[in-house]
Design a protein around this ligand. Structure first.
Ligand code: AMP
Length: 257
Protein backbone atom coordinates (compact mmCIF):
# COMPACT_ATOMS: atom_id res chain seq x y z
CA UNK A 1 0.00 0.00 0.00
CA UNK A 2 1.21 3.46 -0.88
CA UNK A 3 0.46 6.56 1.21
CA UNK A 4 0.03 9.81 -0.72
CA UNK A 5 -0.44 13.29 0.72
CA UNK A 6 -1.16 15.65 -2.14
CA UNK A 7 -3.96 16.01 -4.67
CA UNK A 8 -1.39 15.89 -7.48
CA UNK A 9 0.10 12.60 -6.21
CA UNK A 10 -3.36 11.11 -5.76
CA UNK A 11 -4.27 11.97 -9.34
CA UNK A 12 -0.96 10.54 -10.57
CA UNK A 13 -1.39 7.14 -8.86
CA UNK A 14 -5.05 6.69 -9.86
CA UNK A 15 -5.25 4.08 -12.64
CA UNK A 16 -7.43 4.75 -15.70
CA UNK A 17 -7.93 1.15 -16.80
CA UNK A 18 -9.72 -0.36 -13.76
CA UNK A 19 -12.65 0.73 -11.60
CA UNK A 20 -11.69 2.71 -8.52
CA UNK A 21 -13.44 2.26 -5.16
CA UNK A 22 -13.15 5.02 -2.54
CA UNK A 23 -13.71 4.67 1.21
CA UNK A 24 -13.66 8.06 2.96
CA UNK A 25 -12.65 7.82 6.64
CA UNK A 26 -11.47 9.98 9.52
CA UNK A 27 -9.14 7.22 10.73
CA UNK A 28 -9.15 5.44 14.11
CA UNK A 29 -10.02 2.51 11.89
CA UNK A 30 -12.21 -0.30 13.21
CA UNK A 31 -14.25 -3.27 12.00
CA UNK A 32 -16.86 -0.94 10.44
CA UNK A 33 -14.23 0.67 8.22
CA UNK A 34 -12.73 -2.74 7.41
CA UNK A 35 -16.12 -3.97 6.14
CA UNK A 36 -16.16 -1.01 3.74
CA UNK A 37 -12.57 -1.70 2.59
CA UNK A 38 -13.45 -5.34 1.96
CA UNK A 39 -16.56 -4.46 -0.04
CA UNK A 40 -14.54 -1.97 -2.09
CA UNK A 41 -11.82 -4.59 -2.63
CA UNK A 42 -14.37 -7.17 -3.85
CA UNK A 43 -16.03 -4.79 -6.33
CA UNK A 44 -13.15 -2.76 -7.77
CA UNK A 45 -9.74 -3.16 -9.37
CA UNK A 46 -8.21 -0.40 -7.24
CA UNK A 47 -9.10 0.73 -3.71
CA UNK A 48 -8.41 4.15 -2.21
CA UNK A 49 -9.03 4.91 1.46
CA UNK A 50 -8.89 8.52 2.52
CA UNK A 51 -7.72 9.45 6.00
CA UNK A 52 -8.63 13.00 6.95
CA UNK A 53 -10.11 14.34 10.17
CA UNK A 54 -12.33 16.94 8.55
CA UNK A 55 -12.45 19.99 10.80
CA UNK A 56 -15.37 21.57 8.93
CA UNK A 57 -17.83 18.83 9.95
CA UNK A 58 -17.18 19.35 13.67
CA UNK A 59 -19.09 22.06 15.52
CA UNK A 60 -16.93 24.35 17.69
CA UNK A 61 -17.90 22.51 20.91
CA UNK A 62 -17.08 19.06 19.51
CA UNK A 63 -14.07 16.77 19.83
CA UNK A 64 -11.97 17.79 16.79
CA UNK A 65 -8.80 18.31 18.84
CA UNK A 66 -9.24 15.09 20.85
CA UNK A 67 -10.41 12.90 17.95
CA UNK A 68 -8.23 9.73 18.08
CA UNK A 69 -5.38 9.85 15.55
CA UNK A 70 -2.88 7.04 14.89
CA UNK A 71 -1.83 7.01 11.26
CA UNK A 72 0.71 4.20 11.62
CA UNK A 73 -1.89 1.82 13.01
CA UNK A 74 -4.50 2.95 10.48
CA UNK A 75 -2.05 2.30 7.62
CA UNK A 76 -1.54 -1.27 8.85
CA UNK A 77 -5.29 -1.90 9.15
CA UNK A 78 -5.95 -0.48 5.69
CA UNK A 79 -3.11 -2.44 4.09
CA UNK A 80 -4.29 -5.70 5.70
CA UNK A 81 -7.78 -5.09 4.30
CA UNK A 82 -6.44 -4.76 0.75
CA UNK A 83 -6.37 -0.97 0.31
CA UNK A 84 -4.04 0.07 -2.55
CA UNK A 85 -3.60 3.74 -1.70
CA UNK A 86 -4.08 5.66 1.52
CA UNK A 87 -4.81 9.31 0.73
CA UNK A 88 -3.79 11.16 3.89
CA UNK A 89 -3.52 14.86 3.08
CA UNK A 90 -2.74 17.66 5.52
CA UNK A 91 -5.34 20.32 6.24
CA UNK A 92 -3.69 22.93 4.00
CA UNK A 93 -3.89 20.56 1.05
CA UNK A 94 -7.70 20.33 1.18
CA UNK A 95 -8.49 23.71 2.74
CA UNK A 96 -5.85 26.12 1.46
CA UNK A 97 -6.01 29.78 2.48
CA UNK A 98 -8.95 31.58 0.88
CA UNK A 99 -11.16 28.49 0.77
CA UNK A 100 -14.80 29.63 0.59
CA UNK A 101 -16.89 27.23 -1.50
CA UNK A 102 -19.42 24.96 0.22
CA UNK A 103 -22.03 22.36 -0.67
CA UNK A 104 -25.29 22.69 1.23
CA UNK A 105 -27.87 19.92 0.81
CA UNK A 106 -30.55 22.09 2.31
CA UNK A 107 -33.56 20.12 3.54
CA UNK A 108 -32.04 16.73 4.30
CA UNK A 109 -29.33 18.41 6.40
CA UNK A 110 -31.80 20.13 8.71
CA UNK A 111 -33.40 17.54 11.06
CA UNK A 112 -31.87 14.98 13.47
CA UNK A 113 -28.05 15.26 13.37
CA UNK A 114 -28.31 18.57 11.52
CA UNK A 115 -30.40 20.13 14.29
CA UNK A 116 -27.84 19.18 16.96
CA UNK A 117 -24.74 19.74 14.83
CA UNK A 118 -25.27 22.93 12.80
CA UNK A 119 -23.03 22.94 9.73
CA UNK A 120 -22.09 19.27 10.10
CA UNK A 121 -23.56 18.09 6.80
CA UNK A 122 -22.24 21.13 4.96
CA UNK A 123 -18.77 20.00 6.04
CA UNK A 124 -19.50 16.38 5.12
CA UNK A 125 -20.97 17.17 1.69
CA UNK A 126 -18.14 19.56 0.85
CA UNK A 127 -15.31 17.20 1.81
CA UNK A 128 -16.98 14.27 0.04
CA UNK A 129 -17.46 16.26 -3.17
CA UNK A 130 -13.78 17.25 -3.00
CA UNK A 131 -12.72 13.62 -2.45
CA UNK A 132 -14.97 12.44 -5.28
CA UNK A 133 -13.38 15.02 -7.62
CA UNK A 134 -9.83 14.18 -6.55
CA UNK A 135 -10.14 10.36 -6.63
CA UNK A 136 -12.90 10.07 -9.30
CA UNK A 137 -14.16 6.70 -7.99
CA UNK A 138 -16.68 4.51 -9.79
CA UNK A 139 -18.06 3.60 -6.37
CA UNK A 140 -17.81 5.19 -2.93
CA UNK A 141 -18.51 3.21 0.24
CA UNK A 142 -20.31 4.44 3.36
CA UNK A 143 -21.77 2.85 6.49
CA UNK A 144 -25.50 2.76 7.18
CA UNK A 145 -24.63 3.70 10.76
CA UNK A 146 -24.55 7.27 9.46
CA UNK A 147 -27.92 6.96 7.72
CA UNK A 148 -28.60 10.68 7.34
CA UNK A 149 -25.13 11.13 5.85
CA UNK A 150 -26.05 8.58 3.19
CA UNK A 151 -29.33 10.38 2.45
CA UNK A 152 -27.51 13.74 2.17
CA UNK A 153 -24.76 12.34 -0.09
CA UNK A 154 -27.19 10.44 -2.35
CA UNK A 155 -29.09 13.70 -2.83
CA UNK A 156 -25.88 15.59 -3.60
CA UNK A 157 -24.83 12.95 -6.14
CA UNK A 158 -28.19 13.26 -7.89
CA UNK A 159 -28.49 17.03 -7.66
CA UNK A 160 -24.96 17.69 -8.95
CA UNK A 161 -24.99 14.88 -11.57
CA UNK A 162 -21.94 13.16 -10.10
CA UNK A 163 -20.85 10.08 -12.01
CA UNK A 164 -20.43 7.54 -9.22
CA UNK A 165 -22.40 4.95 -7.29
CA UNK A 166 -22.81 5.31 -3.54
CA UNK A 167 -22.69 1.91 -1.85
CA UNK A 168 -24.17 1.66 1.68
CA UNK A 169 -23.02 -1.18 3.95
CA UNK A 170 -24.73 -2.53 7.10
CA UNK A 171 -23.68 -1.34 10.55
CA UNK A 172 -21.01 -3.51 12.19
CA UNK A 173 -21.67 -4.14 15.88
CA UNK A 174 -19.66 -5.48 18.79
CA UNK A 175 -20.98 -8.78 20.20
CA UNK A 176 -22.91 -6.87 22.90
CA UNK A 177 -24.84 -4.96 20.20
CA UNK A 178 -23.10 -1.56 20.43
CA UNK A 179 -22.37 -0.15 16.98
CA UNK A 180 -18.61 -0.02 16.49
CA UNK A 181 -17.42 3.61 16.50
CA UNK A 182 -14.13 5.48 16.74
CA UNK A 183 -15.70 7.35 19.67
CA UNK A 184 -16.34 4.17 21.71
CA UNK A 185 -12.77 4.45 23.03
CA UNK A 186 -13.93 7.44 25.08
CA UNK A 187 -16.44 5.30 27.06
CA UNK A 188 -15.74 4.12 30.62
CA UNK A 189 -17.11 0.62 31.39
CA UNK A 190 -20.13 2.23 33.14
CA UNK A 191 -20.77 4.58 30.24
CA UNK A 192 -20.53 1.72 27.78
CA UNK A 193 -23.14 -0.21 29.76
CA UNK A 194 -25.45 2.83 29.63
CA UNK A 195 -24.70 3.38 25.92
CA UNK A 196 -25.95 -0.16 25.20
CA UNK A 197 -29.44 1.13 25.92
CA UNK A 198 -29.35 2.91 22.55
CA UNK A 199 -29.29 -0.23 20.33
CA UNK A 200 -31.72 -1.93 22.72
CA UNK A 201 -34.12 1.02 22.54
CA UNK A 202 -33.89 1.27 18.74
CA UNK A 203 -34.50 -2.48 18.47
CA UNK A 204 -38.09 -1.84 19.65
CA UNK A 205 -38.53 -0.06 16.28
CA UNK A 206 -40.96 2.22 18.12
CA UNK A 207 -39.87 5.83 18.72
CA UNK A 208 -42.05 6.34 21.80
CA UNK A 209 -40.95 3.14 23.50
CA UNK A 210 -37.34 3.84 22.58
CA UNK A 211 -37.49 7.33 24.12
CA UNK A 212 -39.05 5.92 27.30
CA UNK A 213 -36.40 3.25 27.62
CA UNK A 214 -33.60 5.79 27.18
CA UNK A 215 -35.20 8.23 29.65
CA UNK A 216 -35.26 5.48 32.31
CA UNK A 217 -31.45 5.26 32.43
CA UNK A 218 -29.73 7.74 34.77
CA UNK A 219 -26.65 9.36 33.28
CA UNK A 220 -27.94 9.09 29.72
CA UNK A 221 -29.21 12.12 27.78
CA UNK A 222 -31.15 11.69 24.56
CA UNK A 223 -30.62 14.25 21.78
CA UNK A 224 -33.31 12.65 19.60
CA UNK A 225 -35.03 9.44 18.60
CA UNK A 226 -36.89 9.87 15.33
CA UNK A 227 -37.76 8.24 12.05
CA UNK A 228 -35.63 9.29 9.09
CA UNK A 229 -37.57 8.77 5.88
CA UNK A 230 -35.66 9.83 2.78
CA UNK A 231 -35.86 8.39 -0.73
CA UNK A 232 -36.61 4.79 0.18
CA UNK A 233 -34.36 4.92 3.26
CA UNK A 234 -36.49 4.45 6.37
CA UNK A 235 -34.73 4.03 9.71
CA UNK A 236 -35.35 4.72 13.37
CA UNK A 237 -32.38 6.87 14.33
CA UNK A 238 -31.16 8.03 17.72
CA UNK A 239 -28.40 10.05 19.34
CA UNK A 240 -27.44 9.93 23.01
CA UNK A 241 -24.84 11.45 25.27
CA UNK A 242 -23.19 9.79 28.26
CA UNK A 243 -20.32 11.48 30.06
CA UNK A 244 -18.66 13.61 27.39
CA UNK A 245 -19.34 11.11 24.59
CA UNK A 246 -22.05 11.43 21.97
CA UNK A 247 -23.10 8.32 20.05
CA UNK A 248 -25.52 7.73 17.17
CA UNK A 249 -27.16 4.58 15.84
CA UNK A 250 -30.15 3.51 13.77
CA UNK A 251 -32.09 0.44 12.68
CA UNK A 252 -33.85 -0.13 9.38
CA UNK A 253 -37.65 0.00 9.61
CA UNK A 254 -38.24 -1.93 6.38
CA UNK A 255 -36.43 -4.92 4.96
CA UNK A 256 -33.88 -6.82 6.97
CA UNK A 257 -30.92 -5.51 8.94
P1 AMP B 1 -15.73 7.91 10.06
O1 AMP B 1 -14.29 7.53 10.00
O2 AMP B 1 -16.32 7.82 11.42
O3 AMP B 1 -16.03 9.21 9.35
O4 AMP B 1 -16.51 6.80 9.24
C1 AMP B 1 -16.10 6.46 7.93
C2 AMP B 1 -17.13 5.55 7.32
O5 AMP B 1 -17.25 4.37 8.13
C3 AMP B 1 -18.52 6.18 7.26
O6 AMP B 1 -19.11 5.86 6.01
C4 AMP B 1 -19.23 5.52 8.40
O7 AMP B 1 -20.64 5.43 8.18
C5 AMP B 1 -18.61 4.15 8.38
N1 AMP B 1 -18.81 3.48 9.68
C6 AMP B 1 -18.59 3.98 10.91
N2 AMP B 1 -18.95 3.10 11.86
C7 AMP B 1 -19.43 2.01 11.20
C8 AMP B 1 -19.98 0.76 11.62
N3 AMP B 1 -20.10 0.44 12.92
N4 AMP B 1 -20.37 -0.11 10.66
C9 AMP B 1 -20.26 0.20 9.35
N5 AMP B 1 -19.74 1.35 8.90
C10 AMP B 1 -19.34 2.26 9.80
Amino acid sequence: MKTVRTVAEMRAVRPDDVSVGLVPTMGALHAGHVSLFEAARAENGFVVASLFVNRTQFTPSEDFAEYPRDEERDARVAEDAGVDVLFAPGEDELYPGGFQTWVDVEELSRPLEGAFRPGHFRGVATICLKLFNIVRPARAYFGQKDAQQIAVLRRMIRDLDLDLELRALPTVRDPDGLAVSSRNVYLSPDERERALTLPRALATRDATRARELLASVPGLATDYVDVLDADGLRVLAGAIRTGSTRLIDNVPLEGDD
